[in-house]
Design a protein. Structure first.
Lengths: 170, 100, 636
């Protein structure tokens, strides 16, 4: 009961703030709303017993990425936009329409197809017993070690790329 | 008990909002934020499936998605800054040097 | 020796190749020497082959020598193979011998010409093809030679190609020839369809079995063959190219359009006599056309003023005689006349060339006259040639022409003889007219040219003398009546084995034959007399006759307007059709389509390039469209 109410509240807030992100004319406001969206998503992850992911969401997305966004917005000293659509009117309207169509299609997929799959090894009880983080860590360092290491290389590349691109003079 | 479908519908709605935002807005930073929205929608779907199929693979994947998203955000914002330095704008409509 | 028959066409081919590649670097003397020498060698080898053939018994004188297999395609086989029998050996000797004489003459005649080397190159190539033609052992190789001589004729007629009339004449010759060749090709196809092979020996051996006498198929085949012959040998209706062909150098006219190429049609009919004998209709057509052409061309020759044109129409007329002979079944007589005609016609043409040489290129007989004192050798040799062509005893033309007239009377009927006799009268008339106008009477020569008149150098007159000798004694190998003296006929007899039913019309009284011979001489004499009266005794008589009989005179003076009729009926529409094809079909349709495809592509690109907006969001939109479409497809 509580769960359902919590879910509904969180879900509604998520969707509303998401829509506000894209509707706001002030980029800073968009960023703030996005942060709120991320927090709500973290709550939803908690509902799904994915505590590790929830914390990571807050730490990485809301904490690091959005801060980065805000830094850049401040650095570029962006102003409010005058109007939402100026050029390429037809294109944009078509895009919106297609987005809604896409939503409808995905909804139809979910209604028509039986969403089942083979059950894995980790029922929620077992995960709860071991602890979510521990399970994730265990898998990460055994079965998924290679992607993990590659991801670290990826991050290294991203660091170098970001620095090179953002320097004033190369 | 919340069914799997609800989470998936949430994911779908977030994704479409992201798509609409991407196509709609001119400001490159906001476009970037829409991309993040789409990624997050995918994350929700992954975690939901991980929960309902008793598998941890979904969460592992979310881990990777997040790290990639972080890297991508860093690099992307660096690019935007570089472009701003040359063109004095972050308006996507004005970045059309590849036009015919 | 018989194995070396392949050398006969090979020598001129070598001469052609040598002059083609190195001719420009050699001196004129060297070029001429090589060209004449190779023909001389060919002639020598053909004499040796003749000697070797004589050693064989008369019935065994038909041999085939295959060099190599040229085409082997399924069931069809064609070899490069030569047929050695009396007929081909006679032709080889005539062609190589007369060519040799004319080559030597040309060395002197063309000496001042700047394209000396090109001339001899073409001439050697021509002799190569002609020798290939007469020695070929199957229809395909024969056709190669046939086409080749037509090609060389085009080259040589249009030798002075910068002159428009010459290049036009060359084109006309080639195109009219082509029309005949079309018929010839169809005949070859029919022969292949019927017999499965193109080999002469095989086809002629199998012919009586395959064709019923007078069947439609053999008549059609032989008529088509004859169509080719009319084109190549300038008979009605495809003769119009020969008078125009006089634009070429005079030795060319002598060689190609008197002695050799134009006789190829006669050779072909003689070679295929087996087929023609199986088709009475066709052989009758041959005789009719031969006779008609003989008298028709002779009538035109009466009113021509250009000396070469007179000789050209004379050639057409004489070849008509040869076809008349073949048409009544006297193939040996036709070939005999072919040989003697080669001698005296070449002589006449070369003599005309000598006259032109002396008068700095003057052709019009109205501007000649009284040349006899200045050009003795030319005069006497030309006179001998004229006597020969008029059929005066004992010159060569008498024996051959008389044999034809005799055979026409006995085998063909009175009508044929009468046409031949009238044509003979006209022949004597116009030839002696030419002699009188050119060499006798008062000099009408242009003043500047008059200082120039001189006898031609030895290199030109010696060939004339040789040909004159041949024209005098050449007839005696065909001496009629006396049994065994007609060696020519006997030599060729095994080739022309006639079907039994034709043999019974053989024996007429010797007195009848002698009587007819005297009649021929009288007719010729009358012709000479008329010419004498018209051009020596009263030179104004021709003018007055032309005035009184205006309409007939206009007709023959304008060559019966045949050229104009052909232009109107065939050439004009053809040209208009070609222009239509060019302007409308080629320019608009074909070019338009090709350019149109390009234009469509360009237009399409103009439209599609708008997809590249350079705007990232549009690209994302396209992705979105694709995704939506794909999901939609999988949903429904």
């Amino acid at each position: 009961m509580v769960e359902t109410a919590l879910f509904i509240v969180l879900a509604v807030v998520t969707v509303i703030t998401a829509i506000l992100v894209i509707v706001q004319r002030n980029p800073v406001a968009s960023a703030i709303y996005l942060i709120i969206t991320f927090f709500c998503l973290a709550g939803i992850y908690l509902l799904l017993n994915a505590q590790f992911i929830a914390i990571i969401q807050v730490l990485v997305y809301a904490g690091a990425i959005m801060v980065l966004f805000l830094f850049v917005i401040m650095l570029l000293n962006l102003e409010k936009e005058k109007k939402i659509i100026i050029r390429y009117r037809l294109q944009r309207v078509l895009g919106v329409f297609l987005g809604i169509v896409l939503l409808a299609q995905i909804g139809m997929i979910f209604n028509s197809v039986l969403l089942e799959g083979s059950k894995g090894d980790f029922p929620p009880e077992k995960v709860a017993a071991l602890g979510n983080t521990e399970v994730v860590a265990r898998l990460l360092f055994t079965d998924f070690l290679l992607p993990f290491e590659i991801t670290s290389v990826l991050l290294l590349v991203a660091i170098i790329g970001a620095i090179v691109l953002a320097k004033r003079q190369i | 008990m919340i069914s799997l479908s609800s989470y998936l519908i949430l994911s779908a709605v977030l994704f479409s909002v992201g798509v609409i935002g991407f196509v709609l807005r001119r400001n490159t930073i906001v476009i970037f934020m829409s991309i993040e929205l789409m990624l997050n929608a995918a994350n929700v779907a992954f975690v939901a499936f991980s929960r309902f199929l008793n598998s941890m693979d979904g969460q592992i994947f979310v881990f990777f998605v997040m790290s990639v998203a972080a890297a991508e955000a860093a690099v992307g914002l660096a690019i935007i800054m570089a472009v701003y330095r040359t063109k004095e704008t972050v308006n996507a409509d004005e970045m059309n040097l590849m036009k015919w | 020796m018989l194995d070396y028959v392949g050398l006969i066409p090979l020598f001129p081919a070598i001469g052609f190749a040598v002059n083609l590649f190195w001719g420009r670097r050699m001196s004129k003397g060297a070029v001429g020497f090589i060209a004449c020498a190779v023909i001389g060698l060919s002639f020598l080898v053909s004499l040796l082959v003749f000697a070797a053939l004589l050693k064989l018994p008369p019935t065994g004188r038909s041999l085939e020598k295959v060099l190599y297999t040229w085409i082997l395609a399924g069931e069809f086989q064609a070899n490069v193979g030569f047929l050695i029998d009396p007929l081909s050996v006679v032709m080889m000797m005539v062609v190589s011998g007369v060519s040799f004489i004319i080559h030597i003459y040309s060395h002197g005649y063309m000496h001042e010409d700047r394209d000396f080397c090109r001339y001899f190159t073409y001439l050697n190539l021509f002799v190569f093809f002609m020798l290939l033609l007469v020695s070929a052992g199957n229809f395909l190789l024969f056709f190669v030679g046939w086409e080749g001589v037509g090609l060389c004729s085009y080259f040589l007629i249009g030798f002075w190609y910068e002159k428009k009339s010459a290049s036009d004449a060359g084109k006309k010759a080639f195109i009219v020839n082509r029309i005949g060749d079309y018929g010839f090709l169809l005949a070859i196809f029919l022969i292949f369809l019927t017999f499965g092979t193109l080999d002469f020996k095989a086809v002629f051996a199998a012919a009586p079995g395959k064709f019923a006498v007078g069947s439609g198929l053999v008549t059609l085949t032989t008529l088509l063959l004859f169509m080719g012959a009319t084109g190549k040998s300038a008979q009605i209706p495809l003769y119009t190219w020969l008078p125009d062909a006089m634009e070429g150098p005079t030795p060319v006219s002598a060689l190609i359009h008197a002695a050799t190429m134009v006789t190829a049609g006669v050779y072909m009919v003689a070679r295929c006599h087996v087929l023609f004998l199986l088709a009475p209709t066709s052989i009758f057509v041959v005789a009719v056309i031969g006779a008609a052409t003989a008298i028709y061309a002779a009538s035109i020759g009466l009113a021509q003023n250009d000396i070469k044109r007179v000789l050209a129409y004379s050639t057409i007329s004489q070849i008509g005689y040869m076809f008349l002979a073949c048409g009544v079944g006297a193939f040996a007589a036709g070939i005999f006349h072919l040989m003697t005609h080669a001698f005296f016609k070449a002589l006449l043409f070369l003599g005309a060339g000598s006259v032109m040489h002396a008068l700095a290129g003057e052709l019009d007989m109205r501007r000649m006259g009284a040349l006899k004192p200045h050009m003795r050798r030319t005069y006497w040799t030309f006179l001998i040639g004229t006597l020969a062509i008029s059929g005066i005893f004992p010159f060569a033309g008498f024996f051959s022409k008389d044999e034809i007239l005799w055979k026409a009377l006995t085998e063909g009927g009175f009508a044929f003889w009468l046409v031949g006799a009238v044509a003979a009268f006209m022949t004597a008339t116009y030839m002696f007219r030419a002699v009188f106008m050119t060499f006798h009477g008062k000099s009408r020569v242009d003043h500047q040219v008059a200082h120039h008149i001189h006898e031609s150098p030895g290199i030109m007159t010696v060939p004339l003398i040789i040909l004159a000798v041949l024209s005098t004694i050449g007839g005696f190998i065909g001496f009629p009546i006396v049994e065994g003296w007609n060696q020519f006929h006997d030599f060729l007899a095994p080739v022309f084995v006639m079907p039994p039913k034709a043999a019974d019309s053989g024996h007429h009284a010797a007195g009848f034959e002698i009587g007819m011979m005297i009649v021929s001489m009288v007719i010729a004499g009358l012709g000479i007399l008329s010419a004498y009266r018209m051009y020596i005794q009263s030179p104004s008589l021709p003018g007055r006759l032309a005035e009184r009989y205006r309409a007939p005179y206009e007709m023959i003076a304008n060559k019966y307007w045949v050229d104009e009729i052909y232009n109107f009926m065939f050439v004009g529409p053809m040209v208009r059709f070609s222009v239509f094809l060019w302007r409308i079909f080629d320019d608009l349709l074909v070019d338009g389509t090709v350019n149109g495809v390009g234009a469509v592509v360009r237009g399409g690109s103009e439209i599609f390039k708008r997809l590249q907006t350079g705007n990232v969001q549009s690209y994302a939109l396209f992705i979105l469209v694709g995704v939506v479409l794909m999901i939609g497809y999988f949903l429904f």
